[in-house]
Design a protein around this ligand. Sequence first.
Ligand code: FNR
Length: 183
Amino acid sequence: ASKKIAVLVGSLRKDSYTRRVAHSLIESAPEGLELTIVELRDLPLYNEDDETDPPPSTFAAFRDAIRQADGILFCTPEYNRSVPGALKNAIDVGSRPYGKAAFADKPCAIVSVSPGALGGFGANHHLRQMLPFLNMPTMPAPEAYVGGVAGKYEGDRLVDESSRAFFQKFMAAFGAWVEQHAK
Ligand code: FNR
């Protein structure tokens, strides 16, 4: 059976490079992976009070989308050497209520994206700090630091063929990782 993957894009920007990379990864996926971007933009800032007051319906919808997935693909830009607040907030929302984290046990992989040379290393590794705490088997390799991203696209079109080959290799490895670790 095909595996459902929720793709989380850490940028809310309309012309986001990270979103373009997410689309390229989706196009590069092997048969048997069904990838859907789950949007973060409507999630309010997480407030624990909302768990007892009826939680915003956006929390439930987001948690359901994560629960229904067999695996998670994190695509993130780097803000101040870490993950953007929008993505951290989404992880916080999906991590609660305590003991019922929607993210728990979901195999995942990380792709960081930057116009800069370091390819979002800081954001990538801050995710690697968070995700094991949610008991998420996080694909160790291949790692994906997509640097110099502005030169890899003409509009929405990926024009860097070595990146395309890498995305295919990465997604094949992720497919195998999900197959191995999905509960
Ligand atoms: C950035 N940017 C950035 N880039 C980087 O490589 N390391 C960093 O630490 C930061 N810090 C940072 C903070 C904030 C608040 C902003 C808005 C931007 C630049 C960032 O990589 C660039 O804006 C990307 O284009 C953002 O990704 P999207 O929106 O194109 O996907």
